[in-house]
Each structure stands twice: as C-alpha cells, then as structure tokens.
Design a protein around this ligand. Structure first.
Ligand code: SF4
Length: 433
C-alpha cells in the first residue's frame, strides 16, 4: 500500500508527520510518488488561523472530487480535527478517518479497521499525549519534540484548546533519541515545543528545566554540531538560559522570541503575561551577554482595541530592538478563544494598512542588519539546491540567514565556510572561503 501525506502548519506538525511516516513504513506502507497514485491521502491539519483551515477545506473538496474517480482512503489528523471533531465527517462523509491531536498513533489500527469494512472512524477523545520514539526522516537535520501543549492561554490563541496542557518529554527519552541521531549522520537538531522554555521534567524528586536539558544535550553530542530550539515565551526566558546559550558553541546564536505587540494595553488584552519593559530587559540582557546574536520575533497587528498610538508603540519597539527579522500577521478571530468574544474593533482594511506599514519598517531594519554582515566569514549548513539557480546551493547560517553560493548536490548536508559577498533580496550571495 502507498500513502500521500500533506502537512500544514508549524514545525511540531512537521515533526509529527515524520513520526507518522516512520509508523507507516514500519507497517509496509510506503510513500507514493503522486497523490493520484496513493492508496491513502493523509492531511496533517493546522487550526492556528482561519486562513489555515480554509486552505485545508479546499484540499478536502479536491480529494472529495477525486473520490468520484477512484477508490482511496481520505484521512485527516491534527489540530483542525481536534477543534471540529465529528463535524468534519458530518459535513464530508467521504472522509474515512479523523484522528485528533492525541490519537495520531492510532493511524495503523484505524486503517486496518476501515479495510475490514468499518465506516467513518473518528477518534478525538482523551488527551494523553504520547511522544514518538523518533521523528526523523531527513538525513542531516531533525526536529526533536521535547514539550507538547501550552498552559499560557493567550487570549487569541487556539493552541491550548487543540494541543492541551503542557507535557514535558522524559529527559532520558530525549537524550536517547539525540544519541541515536548523533550516530546516524545528523548535523543539526531543533528542539521543539509550543512553549519550549517552560520544559520541566521531574524524576526522583529532581526537577530538570530547559537550560539543564539543553546543556546535557550540548555535552552529549559528538557529530551533531548545531542545536536550535523553538518556540520560546518571554515569560520563561531566564538569564540562566541565556548563560547556557552563551556557554555552548553548539547552541546556535539565534533566538526566536515572539513579542506580538509593543503596547502594554494590548499585551495585557492578549494575556501575554509580560510588559513591554520586561521584554526590553530580556533583549538587553541577551545582547549584553552574547555579542553576535540574531533575534527574530512574531508581531500580531490589528488586535481588538488597538489604536494608532498602540500601533506606533509597536513600530517604536521594532526601531528600538532592531530584530534581524519578524513574522508579521494580522489578527483574525478564532472561535473557541477568549478574544473571540471581544469586539473586533479594527476594520479589515486598517489591519492590512498597518500590517503593510510594519512589514515595510521591518524589511528596512532587516536589510540594514544584513548589509552590516557583508564581508563576514561564516559557517553554513547546506540544505538544498537553489530553486532559482541550479548551479547554486541554498544554505543557512547559525543566525538563521539564508545564503546561496555556487556548488553541487554533493555539498547538501555538509558545513562549508563562506564569505558573505552581496545580497539578493533577503538572501546572502557568498563565495567559498
Ligand atoms: S504561548 Fe500563547 S501564542 Fe504561544 S502557543 Fe501558547 S497560548 Fe498560543
């Protein structure tokens, strides 16, 4: 049997898709080269924004149509399933199996049940999250989930409702997966969690926190050279963590720390649990402790109650901090979240106008920061052949900058020392040094 897997959303979904692929292949179900040839189509869904769900409804509609031409299983897993549960099959009975966030491991038994003539399987109850033994399907870099769920309940966010309460993966499980990856040619690992820096694993009465597990991993690896981690929350970003990042050369000097907004009024309505001043203190500590650090963030524009002066405070924050880059988006109400009950006071056109102003501002800052790095000699990990120029390879610095330089497929998965020569948009052009 063959499968076709489409993954939507965050790195955690990508990691879990890796674990699903391992599970399928352990049961002699292999990837099809095209969707139209697959015995089963699996959509690993996302629910973080309405736009994400709309995209998946589009795919469901396409595969519903395809089912009029040939027989195959249509399977949905993940956050959208966890939010909508059996509504999906009520609306589209052509969906054979739906598995919630906590039931992805049931995939094989569900496929067997459908093949023995059971109809429309829907498993979404229970919230006991099981970490998989391994998530890696790539041959030089791997995601390693260490946490799952989130207890923060930011007022606009659906994640705690679809991924549940925070669960920290046992340290020994993490270290054994890292040991396995370290001997299988992996060069870079990314530790994953919706709120990775609130990791806490208690064993024999001893608590292990995020800085501890990070250092244990850094001390344990021999072949893995780069450690990254995602996603952090400012309320748990301690000076101790910053010291651990500084102490270990293997920990990439790139921190992604979502601030979301620059106005305390809006931060409190978002229930982000920190103030603008607290966030600035953390950034100052990071910059003082680690000279050549890259800091990126997330910015959410157009939240209910946002006035021009609040928006200006976000612009001012970007100018003050000078992030290397920022992921920017505008607020859209998510049913099931606290903010969904707030009056959506910012008109859509104004959300777009403010988003474009923020993007333009940040692009200027990012470009200025990148120009300052020209002439630097850096190490990059080659990730792929460049989509634009087939005689070039695409690589990434430890600061998470994208770099292209002349090279062939044989360089993929290797570290190369290059000099940053010029810029092509937001990508550096380099030469091997
Ligand atoms: S920290 Fe807030 S935004 Fe992030 S996943 Fe948790 S609730 Fe959502």
């Amino acid at each position: 049997m063959t499968y076709w897997l489409e993954t939507y959303g965050c790195q955690m979904n990508k990691a879990e898709s890796g674990a699903l692929e391992i599970l399928l292949q352990q049961n002699n179900i292999y990837p099809a080269s095209k969707a139209i040839e697959a015995d089963m189509v699996i959509l690993n869904t996302c629910s973080v924004r309405k736009t994400a769900e709309n995209r998946i409804w589009g795919r469901i509609g396409y595969y519903k149509q395809e089912k009029t031409k040939r027989m195959f299983l249509l399977i949905l897993v993940g956050c959208m399933v966890q939010r909508l549960k059996d509504q999906l099959q009520q609306r589209i009975p052509e969906i054979d199996i739906v598995l919630g966030t906590f039931q992805k491991q049931e995939l094989i038994s569900a496929i067997r049940a459908i093949r023995s003539k059971e109809k429309n399987i829907c498993l979404t109850s229970g919230n006991d999250y099981q970490f998989s033994k391994s998530y890696n399907i790539n041959d030089f870099k791997s995601f390693v989930p260490i946490m799952h769920g989130c207890n923060n309940f930011c007022s606009y966010c659906i994640v705690p409702y679809v991924r549940g309460k925070e669960v920290s993966r046992p340290a020994e499980e993490i270290l054994s997966e890292i040991a396995c990856l370290d001997t299988s040619g992996i060069k870079e690992v990314t530790l994953l969690g919706q709120n990775v820096n609130s990791y806490c694993h208690i064993r024999n009465g001893t608590s292990m926190y995020f800085p501890d597990i990070l250092s244990q991993i850094a001390d344990a690896i021999r072949n893995i050279q780069w450690i990254r981690f995602l996603t952090s929350h400012p309320k748990d970003f301690s000076p101790e963590l910053i010291e651990h990042i500084k102490m270990h050369t293997q920990i990439c000097k790139h921190i992604h720390l979502p601030v979301q907004h620059g106005s305390n009024k809006i931060l409190s309505r978002m229930e982000r649990k920190y103030t603008r001043e607290k966030y600035l203190t953390i950034i100052e500590y990071i910059k003082n402790a680690i000279s050549d650090i890259s800091i990126t963030t997330d910015i959410l524009i157009g939240f209910p109650g946002e006035e021009e002066k609040d928006f200006q405070m976000t612009c001012d924050l970007l100018k003050t901090i000078e992030f290397n880059d920022a992921f920017t988006y505008y607020y859209n109400p998510r049913e099931g979240t606290k903010a969904f009950t707030f009056e959506d006071t910012v008109p859509h056109s104004l959300k777009i106008e403010r988003l474009n102003r923020i993007i333009e501002l940040q692009q200027g800052i990012s470009h200025h920061k990148r120009r300052k790095r020209l002439g630097k000699k850096v190490t990059v990990l080659v990730e792929n052949i460049s989509k634009q120029q087939s005689h070039e390879v695409l690589a990434r610095t430890e600061h998470n900058d994208m770099v292209v330089f002349p090279g062939g497929r044989e360089l993929i998965g290797t570290f190369v020392n290059v000099e940053l020569v010029s810029l092509r948009g937001s990508t550096f052009k380099a030469s091997i040094s």
